[in-house]
Design a protein around this ligand. Structure first.
Ligand SMILES: C[S@@+](CC[C@H](N)C(=O)[O-])C[C@H]1O[C@@H](n2cnc3c(N)ncnc32)[C@H](O)[C@@H]1O
Length: 310
């Protein structure tokens, strides 16, 4: 619970996630993005041979999911960490190997709905956007202290924002900017009117970019995938749900690396470089069903990739 709001988050591609782990060796699945615990609950219900190590950097998510999963007491443990700290989370739970790992990237609906967290441009709140309140840098710091080059980089790299320079200059001219709605208004005014009328709220991309920067979301992802693959037993699986191209590119690249062992030998010749393949790819950028996208529009951008450790 936060701000009197129930932890509301509809998990995406639940049947596909459960199917992704069917047949894995009995043991522990690390749910690196526990959130409201929806995926974990489905996995615990589906296979009594598995238990869950639930990781989240958001204390509110852990508290809420721990309550939801209390009925599985002996089969659920929680760890308040960033998901790239796979070893730390395993040590918290006294686990030495994994049978699988799940990463359902991005923010939960709950984090958006909890106005005081500052993730949403729809309601006035202090600019924050930290998933973990212990982290030192908030959106307020980035917005008020980054120079133009850095703001432009964040907007382009994390949200493909076409008007990055205009937005960065408008933000710098308006400083100090402390409030979500004020930032949204500054961004909207910086975007030319015809573009403002297309593609949803004009501040959506800026907020996405700042959130990704504040939480270093794209920096921690490759590390997490490498470590999870390294700690998972043969036949175990890694499933990742991503929600934008920046995330999916990283998942694709790391899965490709592990499925080729980094081999770049010409495809028409036998491999002579000694590269060791550590996974095989089972699912490549699967999308939700049309019915799910209609039921839950947030699922529309989801892409699921699954790899099995070999
Ligand atoms: C999309 S939600 C997960 C929802 C969850 N699968 C469910 O069924 O309710 C993403 C969650 O992952 C957490 N998260 C995002 N990045 C993280 C990271 N690097 N380390 C740990 N938790 C992270 C967020 O705090 C959020 O609670």
């Amino acid at each position: 619970m936060s701000n009197g709001i129930e932890f509301a988050h509809v998990p995406v591609m639940v049947d596909e996630i459960v199917a992704a782990f069917v047949g894995i060796p009995a043991g522990v699945i690390m749910d690196g993005t526990l959130g409201g615990g929806g995926h974990s609950e489905a996995l615990l219900d589906a296979d009594e041979r598995i238990s869950i190590l639930g990781v989240d950097r958001d204390a509110a998510a852990l508290a809420s999911a721990s309550q939801r999963l209390a009925r599985f007491s002996g089969r659920f443990r929680a760890s308040h960490r960033r998901f790239d700290d796979v070893d730390g989370a395993m040590a918290d739970a006294g686990v030495t190997e994994l049978s699988g790992a799940l990463f359902d990237l991005g923010v939960s609906s709950h984090q958006f709905d909890a106005v005081e967290r500052g993730f949403s441009y729809r309601a006035s709140a202090p600019l924050d956007m930290r998933m973990d309140a212990r982290d030192p840098v908030s959106a307020r710091d980035l917005v008020n202290e980054s120079d133009e080059t850095e703001l432009v980089r964040i907007l382009r790299e994390y949200a493909d924002e076409r008007f990055a320079v205009r937005i960065a200059r408008a933000i710098i001219a308006a400083r100090p900017v402390e409030d979500t709605v004020r930032l949204a208004d500054i961004v909207a005014a910086a975007i030319p009117a015809p573009a403002r009328r297309r593609g949803g709220h004009p501040a959506k991309r800026t907020f996405q970019a700042l959130r990704i920067a504040v939480n270093a979301e794209l920096d921690v992802l490759p590390v997490a995938l490498d470590h999870a693959i390294g700690r998972t037993v043969k036949g175990g699986r890694i499933a990742v749900l991503s929600y934008h191209s920046g995330e999916d590119r990283i998942v694709k690249e790391r899965f490709r690396f592990h499925s080729t062992g980094g081999c770049q030998c010409p495809s028409h010749l036998p491999c002579g470089c000694g590269a060791e393949r550590t996974v095989k790819l089972l699912r490549v950028a699967s999308k939700p069903s049309v019915a799910e996208m209609e039921r839950n529009p947030r699922s529309t951008s989801a892409r699921l990739r699954v790899a099995e450790v070999i």
